[in-house]
Design a binder for this molecule. Sequence first.
Ligand code: VGL
Ligand code: ZN
Length: 198
Amino acid sequence: MPKALIVIDVQNDFCPGGALAVPGGDAIVPGINALMAEFDAVILTQDWHPAGHSSFASSHAGRAPYDLIDMPFGPQVLWPDHCVQGSEGAAFHAGLNVDRADMIIRKGYNPAIDSYSAFFENDQTTPTGLEGYLRTRGITDLTMVGLATDFCVNFSAVDAARLGFSVTVDQSLCRAIDLEGSLAAAINGMGEAGVTLR
Ligand code: VGL
Ligand code: ZN
């Protein structure tokens, strides 16, 4: 059974010094590179927002980063401007073995909707195309690593499990943002969705 390593958003803006730095985000890079050898396929995801994206606090008058607002598809945490298309912050961490990737999937390019998951935008309906890519390659088993555990890794893992993939999240190669208990909630939710956590 072909198995894929899905590396979520290991980009400069999520690493120390970046616009939305995840503590220790860069520490997972060597371990992710080493893990790539164990997989038939390696897929990288890249958070890829146009300037002025609706998930940016700067796009909402009177709002600050980490405020929670209501959006047409549900609640949205407002983020600092990050991973703007073509910027240095949106680039992969320089140490990541990008050359090993078969596929790079970008998400968050729709100005009106955020996309934490590698499979669906946050309306939970609009596909990114990753499901079709994996199925047409006959890939059934996914291991996910990367940033951030409680947002993009979590949403990607839960969606993949719901789609019927066998999903493992390697927590030692993930790091979390952890806003008001979001890490504990994510671990709970992934477990309930049938994701194997190790
Ligand atoms: C992410 C917040 C905003 C992530 C992306 O990669 O977890 N988090 N955009
Ligand atoms: Zn983002």
